[in-house]
Design a protein. Sequence first.
Length: 133
Amino acid sequence: MEKIRSLADLKKIRDENNKGVELRKKGEDADKLVQVKVAMATCGIASGAKETMEFLADSLEKRGVEAVVTQTGCMGYCYAEPTIEVTLPGRDPIVFGNVNVKKADEIIEKYIKGGELVDGIIPVNYETIDSKE
């Protein structure tokens, strides 16, 4: 464990712990919040998913959007990395491909805040077992 040498060190530790607590609180009511999952497999990271995820987390917070931004593994869309899955409360998830920082900004402004669909949606190419009954 790191030694605390100043008040700034102590505040840094407090802030890091508060972020974890806040994430757990949001996780309990995730269905009521915007959920963003960023594919962070090797292909996604190599394509810029880390920068996209950091931008999304920072921008949603700065814009006052109640959201949970998490990372996930491969979504199977390597050709379209970085990919993100966005779920608005009460709606089906939508997967967006080729999401760089500029595209992420557009998704926040138009889709998340305004409900308007934007280019870059990867169509659903599967059915669940339940939907076939």
